[in-house]
Design a protein. Structure first.
Length: 459
């Protein structure tokens, strides 16, 4: 949208998620081009020129768009499998199937993952894709293309694995890359797809998969590559007790110390899960400003445990929310994580105030923007920031009797999205995606899931 064209949203509750958690019971948001021009109480200023759309948003809450900080899109076509497994057994069960994915499957799965998130209020998504079977095609390009077509802001965490079964890892031998091949392909992906500009729609991070599927040298050289190219770093960390044991047996230290020894702590790093963190681990993350992608539903699905999110926040660790792959979180949307982050972190005696509804909303918006390195651009509703925002409809049966709109959004059922803007452009209207055909995406994902199952069954 041209910079001088405006969208005016009025008569809505607003949760800005700014530094002061400013809220308005009835206010306005003015979008000019791809930026937020004004946010405030009451009606929008009079005399605004070039208003192309004026929305009476009575009965709605406006928030920043949700930011997803950890996902594996390809898993959309392996949902509902290994439903009673812990992480390691789940990985062993599914890696032989994942190792058969190809470009067409990756594209369809990315479409499904993105569509579900966007329809549920996500305006900035990320995908940690680390399975690159030999001869599978341009998987990274297919994922980026799906994000561009859906219309969401996107970070591709270009993953890699070079530790297969023969080296003591979990993936099949034919599903991993060589050290040099992984580094070269990652650098090529950065060169082709990363945009460092303020309003970038696509960015790339360097993302070796995990300590038990990559070599120490891939971690070390991956960190060097990321810093040479000026991009962020992402991996899995401290997800299970088995990982803790693995790191002690193989490296003689716990995961956090191991990561620090390879250059993997810092304000340009974020890690998924971080469930099994002791006080010194949390202190190290706080000292280095290393971020965390909290994935409560997946952690529960795989019985990994409860991450110490309130303690992390109190220490100053940046924390966002992640869907994680939909083979361990079949719903595939982020509202579930707002609610589950709050509920799961209250489990236990005298923990009724461990996390509040507003803290949960901050995790899913500004916290996610921090973790992705984009807090200056997105994550809160403030003049000058990019116009990524959501209008949640809260005047229907599901929410109308809840007076506090933030509590309604976080604790209530998934609220319908009346409008979602990304970069000032509508992506969702009245619960439907505008740029892709949901029914066509559903058919494609079903067909690709069946094709993958058939190929995997043939060995």
């Amino acid at each position: 949208m041209a910079a001088d064209r405006r969208i005016v949203i009025e008569n809505c509750a607003i949760a800005t998620v700014d530094a002061d958690d400013t809220e308005y019971a009835s206010g306005h948001v003015v979008v000019a081009g791809n930026r937020i021009e004004a946010v405030g109480a009451g009606a929008a200023p009079e005399g605004l020129e070039n208003v192309v759309r004026r929305i009476d948003a009575s009965g709605h809450l406006v928030t920043p768009g949700l930011v997803n900080t950890h996902h594996h899109f390809y898993q959309w076509i392996t949902r509902g499998l290994a439903t009673d497994h812990n992480l390691f057994d789940w990985l062993v069960a599914l890696y032989p199937t994942w190792a058969r994915i190809d470009e067409e499957m990756a594209y369809a799965a990315a479409q499904g993952s993105l569509a579900m998130m966007a329809r549920g209020g996500v305006t900035c998504a990320m995908d940690h894709h680390y399975v690159y079977p030999q001869g599978s095609g341009d998987l990274s390009g297919a994922i980026v293309r799906a994000a561009r077509e859906t219309g969401v802001r996107f970070t591709l965490a270009r993953g890699s694995m070079d530790r297969s079964k023969k080296d003591g890892g979990l993936p099949p031998d034919f599903a991993v890359e060589t050290l040099d091949g992984a580094l070269a392909a990652t650098e090529a992906t950065i060169d082709e797809h990363h945009d460092a500009s303020f309003d970038a729609m696509t960015q790339v991070a360097v993302a070796p998969c995990s300590p038990f599927s990559v070599s120490t040298e891939l971690l070390r050289q991956g960190a060097e590559l990321a810093r040479r190219k000026g991009v962020r770093l992402h991996t899995h960390g401290s997800e299970t007790v088995e990982e803790e044991k693995f790191c002690h047996e193989l490296f003689g230290m716990g995961p956090t110390d191991y990561f620090e020894s390879t250059g993997w702590l810092g304000e340009d790093v974020w890690m998924a899960h971080c469930v099994h963190m002791n006080d010194s681990d949390i202190a190290a993350f706080a000292r280095t400003r290393t971020g965390v992608a909290h994935c409560p539903s997946s952690n529960a699905r795989l019985a990994a445990g409860i991450a110490r999110v309130p303690d992390m926040l109190a220490a100053g660790v940046p924390v966002g929310l992640g869907v994680d792959g939909t083979a361990s979180n079949e719903s595939g949307e982020l509202h579930t994580e707002l609610r589950n982050a709050l509920l799961i972190n209250r489990l236990g005696a005298h923990r009724e105030a461990a996390l509040s509804a507003r803290q949960a909303l901050r995790l899913g918006t500004y916290g996610g923007a921090q973790v992705l390195g984009r807090a200056a651009e997105i994550g809160s509703l403030e003049p000058g920031k990019l116009a990524d925002l959501v209008l949640w409809k809260l005047d229907t049966l599901a929410h109308a009797s809840i007076a506090d709109p933030v509590a309604a959004l976080v604790l209530g059922a998934a609220a319908p999205v009346t409008l979602s803007l990304v970069n000032g452009e509508p992506v969702v209207e009245n619960g439907r995606l505008l740029h892709v055909d949901e029914d066509a995406v559903a058919r494609a994902t079903r067909d690709e899931a069946r094709r993958l199952a058939r190929i995997a069954g043939q060995g």
